[in-house]
Design a protein around this ligand. Structure first.
Ligand code: SF4
Length: 282
């Protein structure tokens, strides 16, 4: 019986030509992966990546209550750019590929996309591998380093720790991991989530109260100085928030070589392109 500890080594052996499965078992795994890929394409091409105002377990790790309030009240969000949809599709396809490789490497993969629930709030786990919860991510090199170096808990901008804690409480499976693929160089790592994490059930109860209020809660983050320019900009968490236009009145977007920058206060107009509403999604 394999354990999660050998997952990456075993997958790398498969990539080197040493498969644990052979003959009809290997064929069955390939057929299953093919069917899953077809289902994914049908779902994503026909249904796309829609927005939902329902609170989801995948989002409860995001710490800004105001974001959840905007979502619950149905504030509109910008249409996703084709490039963003491509990024999501790439992530979904990578997940199928990694699950396929885990199977071919002789690991037990179960409960894929199983619906789970905490206090009536629903979510879907990625899968259980060798008896532990696994959530699969594709990451930029910057984000990958946080998982590989074990520093995610210090800088968890997207709430992954809270997300997996919710899945853990919903399933009763204590051990939980992110299995992460660096989308630039193909490296993999496993990040084991810490035990000492606040209760997801308490967080769900809190968010239900917050989102029932008529008034929006305060912002979860402050804007920060943009170097020595005298301007102020959004932090990373706000920059990726779909509700930033509702949250920060008069926000202006400038395109730098490193990507868009969202300025809340402009004392010196940047000498780069400024863009307007329809381009503001990142
Ligand atoms: S822009 Fe920032 S402060 Fe405002 S809702 Fe989004 S995450 Fe919260």
């Amino acid at each position: 019986m394999k354990t999660i500890n050998t997952l990456i080594n075993d997958v790398e052996k498969v990539l080197g030509g040493e498969s644990e499965l052979s003959g009809s078992n290997l064929d069955a795994a390939i057929e299953k992966a093919g069917d899953e890929f077809k289902t994914l394409l049908r779902n994503r091409i026909l249904n796309s990546y829609g927005d939902s105002t329902a609170l989801r377990l995948s989002a409860i790790g995001r710490s800004c209550n105001r974001l959840h309030w905007f979502n619950a009240k149905g504030y509109p969000t910008p249409d996703l750019l084709p490039a963003t949809k491509m990024k999501f599709l790439f992530g979904d396809i990578s997940e199928l590929l990694m699950i396929f490789l885990a199977r071919v490497a002789g690991h037990t993969v179960e409960r894929e996309q199983e619906e789970v629930e905490v206090e009536g709030i629903k979510g879907h786990i990625d899968c259980v591998i060798d008896g532990v919860l696994v959530d699969i991510k594709t990451a930029s090199p910057y984000s990958f380093a946080k998982f590989k170096d074990g520093t995610l808990q210090d800088n968890d901008s997207f709430g992954y720790i809270g997300q997996l804690k919710a899945y853990s409480e919903a399933t009763g499976i204590k051990d939980r991991y992110n299995w992460v693929l660096n989308k630039v160089n193909g490296a993999q790592c496993l990040y084991k989530h810490p035990d000492d994490v606040p209760s997801a059930t308490d967080r769900v109860v809190e968010l239900k109260k917050v989102t029932a209020n008529a008034l929006a809660p305060d912002r979860g983050y402050k804007d920060i100085p943009d170097g020595k320019s005298g301007n102020r900009k959004l932090c990373v968490e706000c920059s990726y928030c779909s509700y930033k236009e509702h949250c920060w009145e008069g926000l202006r977007t400038f395109i730098y070589s490193t990507g868009p920058r969202f300025l809340t206060k402009v004392e010196n107009v940047p000498k780069v392109l400024e863009v307007f509403d329809e381009y503001k999604e990142v």
